[in-house]
Write a protein that binds this ligand. Structure first.
Ligand code: GLA
Length: 370
């Protein structure tokens, strides 16, 4: 059934009862640290997912989404969630996670619309999960705080959908805003909002190369980190102390490089928080650059298209630093740019990228609001 362009009432024949919204995120620094118990520093982007919802009394759950080409509608029965390998699994994951927590989820109709581009590395899935959990919280008057919403969203993606992701994206979608960086200790989910400097702005450029979280590469990296931690005799790479750090160089390749990335990246998040607090944009930019080199050379999650975008951003005046953001294997870069300059830098980067045939990059954050 095609539902593109239709409002909730046109699709379901009755008015909306509640709304849930959540943004996508861009991670400033702290990549592949979350499933190692470490630190991350994401912020919200303007793009978001919106879920409109109304309850049903027959146990049927009907979901119309505008985000799949042409728009589409699928359904299942409350309490009969089963993985189908479709986008609907994200919705089923949320209702299953709520049920696991003792919530009696009734039937409902929902319409989903998102401006977070799929496959851009900006967490379209976490924004959907959190928006949906928020709509259900509102509809069912649930007393659940935003950290618990993130845990529910994470359980949906990790346990139900089966993507072995950490907790950064769900925490960001649930708790981040656009004016602050969300400093999270992913081991405890303790968080702190740190104001972003007024003198800088963020530029996010999508390479057009799509990543796939559930894909083997992400899983392989995670498994390598677990093997490295075991070989170093620590529960997680977060726990590497000075003595264990001495032993990293003697790990077999590539575990040595993987561990080095995670340990140095964790330290870079703490240094970035200090730089933000001190308003030291030059230092923050250096940390962006160092993070990119570490992801490229030690963690090996970059691709040539992303390296080119990072290099051409760094070659522009008024850029403090640039790096791959998100899980990698494509996706987007984030650059820290002097305020007022992101639009110009974005244009230059997109133009340089297009000089290679079949490459098209898009500025996702950093265009002046028209
Ligand atoms: C993806 C995952 C996150 C995190 C990042 C890499 O976005 O969903 O949990 O691991 O990759 O930092």
């Amino acid at each position: 059934m095609t539902v593109k362009g239709q409002c909730f009432e046109a699709v379901f024949g009755r008015p909306v009862k509640v709304l849930g919204e959540a943004p996508g995120r861009v991670n400033l620094i702290g990549e592949h640290t979350d499933y190692n118990g470490g630190y991350v520093l994401p912020t919200a982007i303007p793009q978001k997912t919106r879920v409109e919802m109304a309850p049903r009394d027959d146990g049927l759950i009907q979901i119309a989404t505008m985000s799949v080409r042409g728009g589409t509608q699928l359904s299942y029965r409350a309490g009969e969630e089963s993985r189908r390998g479709l986008w609907l699994d994200y919705v089923q994951g949320v209702t299953a996670a709520l049920r696991d927590r003792g919530v009696a989820v009734p039937g409902f109709d929902a319409r989903i619309e998102s401006t977070v581009p799929l496959g851009s590395g900006l967490s379209s899935s976490a924004s959907l999960l959190v928006a949906l959990a928020r709509a259900l919280r509102a509809m069912l008057d649930l007393v659940i705080d935003d950290v618990e919403i993130a845990r529910i969203a994470h359980a949906a993606e990790h346990d139900f959908v089966g993507a072995p992701v950490g907790t950064m994206d769900q925490m960001a979608a649930s708790l981040a805003d656009e004016n602050t960086a969300l400093f999270i200790d992913t081991r405890t989910l303790a968080f702190e909002r740190i104001p972003l400097p007024a003198e800088a702005e963020l530029l996010v450029v999508n390479s057009g190369v799509t990543h796939q979280h559930a894909s083997g590469d992400y899983k392989t990296r995670r498994a390598e980190c677990e093997r490295a931690a075991a070989a170093l005799g620590v529960p997680q790479l977060r726990d590497v102390d000075e003595a264990a750090a001495q032993r990293i160089a003697s790990l077999p390749a590539p575990l040595d490089r993987r561990a080095r990335h995670v340990v140095t990246e964790n330290a870079r998040v703490l240094a970035a928080v200090a730089a933000l607090r001190a308003g030291d944009l030059v230092r923050l930019g250096e940390l962006f650059d160092a993070s990119h080199r570490s992801m490229r050379d030690d963690f090996e999650v970059s691709v040539p298209e992303i390296d080119d975008l990072v290099e051409s951003a760094r070659a522009q005046p008024d850029v403090f630093g640039a790096r791959l953001t998100g899980g990698g294997f494509g996706g987007s870069i984030v650059a820290l740019v002097k305020r007022g300059c992101a639009a110009r830098v974005g244009r230059a980067v997109v133009e340089a990228y297009a000089r290679v045939p079949n490459r098209r990059a898009t500025v996702l954050v950093g265009e002046p609001v028209s």
